[in-house]
Design a protein around this ligand. Structure first.
Ligand SMILES: *[C@@H]1O[C@H](CO)[C@@H](O)[C@H](O)[C@H]1NC(C)=O
Ligand SMILES: *[C@@H]1O[C@H](CO)[C@@H](O)[C@H](O)[C@H]1NC(C)=O
Length: 543
């Protein structure tokens, strides 16, 4: 008895201590946590501007229980016309009012889709007539299918479907995520809030189902390209279409709908070189979305808010602009995550890491780098001169200082002695200035070669920014601070540098492609951010 009593007492005092510590932590967080408790993951810097999130419209006001469309902006004049390339000036209208035919006829003779394309996901839509593009005399045609094959629309708008309930459940569970202090697979300092991430990831694994539309002509759709700087859209496409765990054949079970196209293939198929004309690409996507929204009931339920794309080409964001709902509501995982262009929206869209895969059979080749003591170069950059930032960088630093190895394209007498990759492995800091667009494959390369990235791209939303704490493993420098680059880098203590570099190594696994995806790898990080941001868009004050 007395022994038991003693144990109990010890246990009780332990419990009291735990409760005391927990309340102290809670009190601390209540007073010092930077973000308001209702906005559970948007950092204060951009929570205020999230109009969809802060919507106060009554719940169940429309046929889309989990979505409150913000009023469509009829004149998106605030966003400047994109100038992705100084010798490619696009002059498309943003509000295209023409009554273009449903069938897109290319004036630029697009690469014809192959007759009778078979698509990887053929078997994924048993309840619908599979529709795919046919090429007829050079026209890329998207046909409407047999409407009778479609399921009827959800009847009562005010009734939550099982899918809606699952999303609401997941969102509430994430809001009350148990606190994680130490997790063998997740290094907490890399994350804004590791508890939130861990819980959200678990729920994704348990709940999330994705439907992939089989519609769409090849090669624009269902044709992954696994090599080069646009490969992250291709890898995602391939791994998603092969996935058994998340993909469902029955769309009524889906929380998300994937438009499985490649922005790179879209450009290759429909952009006429030197035409300076992006219209065919815009029109193609507009017609595609119109076709989906007519043929299936799913688009209209949320006006595209539970649909997503994954696009790494520079033009990814611009090519969505002609379909207002597609542009505004659809979740876009974009390499070109530029908030100043008027398409990418923080908290809804996902900044897709740009990965330069040189050998698709061996995506992990060359991964790794030298120890800190064997990194003699303070800062390294080599690359072509485009965009506004790089010329300034070269102006200030090229050939000026032995610690700063800043080049245009790497001169061959230097690359013969030491390759580009060897340079990254031998440098403390790898400079990642924007090019024409804000993103650069150098950031992920820096992670691969264990170099601390120095990002210079105002307006860039960093990959997975909603989850990762970029200050733990990178340096972000404002464009105007380029003249102070060396001063800033040398001002970072060795101790701090070692911390940053060790974190880069810990972070690496979240940016690796595997032919068979593994837990917490880049495939899952991308899918998770799409899931997380979808939950961000729904309203929990429902019941
Ligand atoms: C992380 O999120 C959880 C769940 O919302 C919250 O209870 C906790 O206070 C957050 N931790 C930090 C460090 O903000
Ligand atoms: C969805 O809405 C559009 C535009 O309002 C309409 O043309 C289309 O027929 C609707 N789709 C379905 C399947 O009802």
């Amino acid at each position: 008895m007395s022994v038991y009593g003693l144990h109990r007492t010890a246990f009780d005092s332990c419990l009291v201590a735990v409760i005391f510590v927990a309340s102290a932590v809670t009190v601390f967080l209540v007073f010092y946590a930077p973000s308001s408790p209702t906005v559970w993951f948007i950092p204060p810097s951009f929570s205020a501007s999230s109009t969809i999130f802060s919507s106060t419209k009554p719940y169940l006001s429309s046929a889309s229980p989990l979505y409150f469309p913000a009023p469509l902006d009829p004149s998106p004049s605030s966003s400047p016309a994109p100038v992705p390339n100084s010798d490619l000036i696009f002059t498309f209208q943003q509000d295209y009012q023409g009554h273009e035919p449903f069938v897109y006829t290319s004036s630029s003779s697009p690469a014809p889709a192959e007759e009778g394309d078979s698509i990887a996901s053929d078997s994924k839509a048993p309840s619908f007539t599979a529709v795919r593009g046919n090429s007829v005399n050079g026209e890329t045609r998207m046909q409407s299918g047999d409407a009778k094959a479609l399921p009827s629309e959800p009847k009562a708008a005010s009734v939550l479907t099982k899918v809606d309930e699952e999303l609401l459940y997941a969102k509430k569970e994430i809001e009350r995520a148990p606190i994680v202090y130490d997790d063998p697979e997740l290094y907490a300092p890399l994350f804004r809030n590791v508890s939130t991430f861990k819980r959200s990831y678990e729920l994704m694994e348990r709940i999330l189902k994705v439907y992939i539309y089989s519609d769409g002509p090849m090669p624009i759709f269902h044709t992954p390209q696994l090599k080069g700087i646009y490969s992250s859209e291709g890898w995602f496409l391939k791994l998603m279409e092969e996935n058994q765990k998340f993909v469902v054949k029955d769309p009524s079970k889906a929380h998300l709908f994937y438009l499985a196209y490649s922005s790179r293939k879209l450009e290759e198929a429909l952009y006429k070189p030197n035409s300076h004309d992006m219209k065919p690409l815009l029109l193609f996507l507009k017609n595609y979305v119109n076709m989906l929204s007519t043929k299936y009931p799913f688009w209209n339920r949320t006006k595209g808010a539970d649909h997503f794309i994954v696009a790494c080409h520079d033009w990814g964001p611009y090519t969505t602009k002609w379909h207002p709902e597609f542009r505004k509501n659809t979740i876009k995982a974009l390499c070109n995550a530029d908030v100043s262009e008027g398409v990418f929206v923080r908290g809804k869209d996902v900044s897709l890491p740009e990965t330069n895969i040189r050998m698709p059979k061996k995506p992990l080749r060359d991964i790794g780098g030298k120890r800190v003591s064997q990194r003699p170069i303070l800062a390294f950059f080599a690359g072509n001169m485009h965009g506004r930032v790089r010329p300034i960088l070269l102006d200030y630093w090229s050939g000026k200082d032995d610690d700063m190895k800043i080049y245009g394209s790497l001169p061959s007498d230097i690359s013969k002695k030491m390759s580009y990759i060897e340079h990254m492995k031998s440098s403390k800091y790898c400079i990642c200035p924007m090019g024409y667009e804000v993103n650069s494959p150098r950031i992920v390369e820096a992670f691969y070669y264990e170099c601390v990235p120095v990002i210079i791209a105002d307006n860039f939303v960093l990959p997975f920014e909603e989850l990762l704490d970029w200050s733990a493993f990178s340096i972000v420098i404002a464009e105007r601070d380029i003249p102070r680059l060396k001063e800033i880098l040398t001002g970072i203590s060795l101790r701090r540098y070692i911390y940053l570099q060790a974190n880069v190594k810990r972070l690496q696994k979240h940016f690796l492609w595997h032919s068979l995806p593994v837990k917490y790898d880049i495939f899952h990080m991308i899918l998770h951010s799409i899931w997380f941001n979808r939950l961000n868009q729904i309203n929990t004050n429902a019941q």
